[in-house]
Design a binder for this molecule. Structure first.
Ligand code: 13P
Length: 269
């Protein structure tokens, strides 16, 4: 049995006062949660603030990005040892926003933006290997653009991203990895992917993982769905056999709505 996970990706929201308030409210309500792992991923500036708020609770801390080198002349980047020193146990890798793939309109995915944000299949693989080597749990995001879905390329795009991310990873090291299927067109748009379709793609991800690290390991890996998860759709998403939790943006920024999602995930399996 795979333990469900509800992870909040706060993206570029919350200064330290707001982060403290939100994390304390979630910790007060769900600090003793059982049957569901809860991960809060605030911006890097608020990692230590959130760590203090969730101390002595069952809630864990995650970062939103990692760089593969341990130290050096990489202005603005954060290394695995730095994230560990802030109390992180998890790290999001290859979010579509960091890959420069934005959901509201495909034309947003310009070469200029790709240059600014910069993650590619190759950098995602290096970041994944770096996270594993430091004992951080990677939450690896994959997902297709609206145009790719319309052109019938969803399966090819998603399985290609999974295979590239996992390249060179040994089965023994892969068990802790978490995958997140985030169809880019469903992120921040209010347009949730149909639960059966999300389940189908998560099943495809698991079969792809089996090809990379073997069936036994693939069965243990948690696969989350992300993209406009909210109280109105979380129960049907969590009822799907291949969906082991959620990676949540907007609805993770209010304690009340995020706690509802945690409760639904904990009750689901
Ligand atoms: P929303 O829940 O706001 O659609 O964001 C999803 C997401 O990108 C989580 O990483």
């Amino acid at each position: 049995m795979r333990t469900p996970i509800m992870a909040g990706n706060w993206k570029m929201n919350c200064d330290n006062d707001e982060a403290w308030e939100l994390a304390v409210a979630i910790a007060n309500e769900k600090g003793d949660v059982e049957g569901c792992e809860v991960v809060l991923c605030p911006p890097a500036t608020a990692l230590t603030t959130v760590l203090a708020a969730i101390e002595d609770t069952n809630i864990s801390l995650g970062a939103q990005n990692i760089f593969w080198e341990e130290s050096g002349a990489y202005t603005g980047e954060l290394s695995g040892p730095m994230l560990l020193s802030c109390g992180c146990q998890h790290v999001i890798i290859g979010h579509s926003e960091r890959r420069g793939r934005f959901g509201s309109a495909d034309e947003d995915f310009t070469p200029e933006l790709q240059q600014v944000f910069g993650d590619t299949d190759a950098s995602v693989n290096r970041k994944l290997q770096a996270a594993l080597s430091h004992g951080l749990v990677p939450i690896v995001c994959v997902g297709e653009l609206l145009s790719e879905r319309q052109e019938g390329q969803t399966d090819e795009v998603v399985s290609g991203q999974v295979t590239a991310a996992l390249a060179g990873v040994e089965a023994d090291d892969a068990e802790s990895i978490i995958l997140a299927y985030e169809p880019v067109w469903a992120i921040g748009t209010g347009e949730v992917c149909d639960a059966e379709e999300a389940n189908r793609v998560c099943g495809l991800i698991r079969r792809t993982l089996a090809g990379c690290v073997g069936e036994g390991t693939a069965e243990q890996i948690r696969i989350l769905y992300g993209g406009s998860v909210k109280s109105a759709n979380v129960v049907s998403l969590m009822a799907q056999p291949e969906i082991d939790g959620g990676l949540v943006g907007g609805a993770s920024l209010q304690a009340e709505s995020f706690c509802e999602l945690i409760a639904a995930a904990a009750a689901s399996k």
